[in-house]
Ligand binder design. Structure first.
Ligand code: SF4
Length: 363
């Protein structure tokens, strides 16, 4: 079986796209601002989950100006639930940069878009293609899967040679007359028809042209990324509830994970498992809560996967029979349990709070 020609590939793909429209709010847009927002949200979030966040984001920040004028703290609260907060910080930096340096005009050239904080080659080519019909292929995981299966490409995309190979093939097949329609179509095709597990080959327009199908190699293609074993971290957090239903929170700094998000008092240690009473008493004493002044109500354990780290989290719910306002709490700040929604917490801490604090906790 020979390789499908670019002309036939485009014709079949665009016909499939017409027959299988995808109902997502950012598809077909020409305004670069919402396209940019959708692409950044989609960097780590699946389309179906992304839709409500996309609407929430745009109702809060309908244009570049409102995003640039927002405080970062407010933006992080709106972003809550999406995780990977560096994306939100970069959106903010980029919006301020466009407002100040580009007179509020979103850049129109691929190279200029690529210059924005948090925008890589994929995102820049997607925005340039959808908004301005830039004739550059958009290569994401869906496109890699489709090309590797139909054309039998056996290199790992995440190598220098593999990357070059995939971009060469993607350029060869691109429809330069309709780059926006073509790029959207091939991504949609990969997302809904040529899916990772059990692709819908039975009614696929490329069945007779697909090398992976013909050679029974669908499971082997695309060649998988070699993943390093993630590092593990053990985090211990204390939800201290005082007689006024107040607790302590603090803002993380610019370093490490969860930059500038809020967390509960706590610490990290190398050993796995929950801590002993003595270690707990020592830590609580360090934040002004003496022995015999508290009771451990509950321990909740959670696991959370970040890209390069596996987190084992242990939450200790402590009832303090005093007032936190009267003890030495620096670097923590006092917060009413009712008002915890006003702080941007990492997703996993928010999950713990939502699942455990339903007594008068204003979600
Ligand atoms: S035949 Fe199957 S593997 Fe090949 S492109 Fe179609 S859906 Fe994908």
């Amino acid at each position: 079986m020979g390789l499908i020609s670019p002309v036939v590939f485009r014709r079949k793909l665009l016909r499939w796209s017409e027959e299988n429209p995808r109902n997502l709010p950012w598809i077909g847009l020409k305004d670069p601002y919402p396209i940019w927002i959708s692409e950044v949200i989609l960097q780590q979030t699946r389309s179906a989950q992304a839709v409500p966040y996309y609407h929430r984001f745009l109702s809060e920040f309908p244009d570049l100006k409102s995003l640039a004028n927002s405080s970062l703290d407010h933006l992080l609260i709106v972003w809550e639930g999406l995780g990977y907060y560096s994306r939100a910080r970069n959106l903010h930096k980029a919006a301020i940069y466009i407002q100040k340096e580009l007179n509020g005009k979103f850049p129109t050239k691929f190279e200029e878009i690529l210059n924005l904080p948090g925008v890589g080659e994929y995102t820049a080519s997607a925005i340039a293609s959808f908004a301005y019909k830039d004739t550059r292929p958009v290569v994401d995981g869906n496109v890699i899967r489709v090309l590797s299966r139909i054309c039998g490409l056996e290199l790992n995309f995440y190598t220098t040679k593999g990357r070059k190979l995939f971009y060469d093939w993607a350029k060869r097949y691109l429809d330069a007359k309709n780059p926006d329609l073509y790029n959207q179509a091939i991504m949609n095709f990969g997302a809904t028809q040529c899916i990772p597990q059990q692709p819908l080959c039975g009614n696929c327009p490329f069945m007779e042209n697909c090398l992976a199908y013909a050679e029974n190699r669908i499971k082997d293609l695309p060649v998988k990324k070699i993943r390093k074993k993630p590092l593990e971290a053990n985090l211990h957090y204390f939800l201290v509830e005082d007689v006024h239903r107040c607790t302590l929170v603090r803002q993380r700094d610019e370093n490490g994970i969860w930059k500038q998000l809020f967390e509960l008092p706590g610490f990290e240690r190398d050993e796995s498992g929950t801590i002993q009473q003595g270690q707990m008493a020592k830590f609580l004493n360090g934040i002004g809560i003496g022995k015999n002044k508290y009771k451990l109500l509950k321990i909740s354990n959670y696991n959370h996967q970040l890209t390069h780290r596996k987190l084992n989290l242990h939450f200790y719910w402590i009832e303090f029979n005093g007032s936190l306002g009267q003890v030495q709490t620096l670097p923590f700040q006092l917060a009413s349990l009712k008002n915890l929604k006003k702080f941007a917490f990492p997703k996993i801490i928010r999950l713990f709070l939502d699942q455990n604090l339903n007594r008068g906790y204003d979600k």
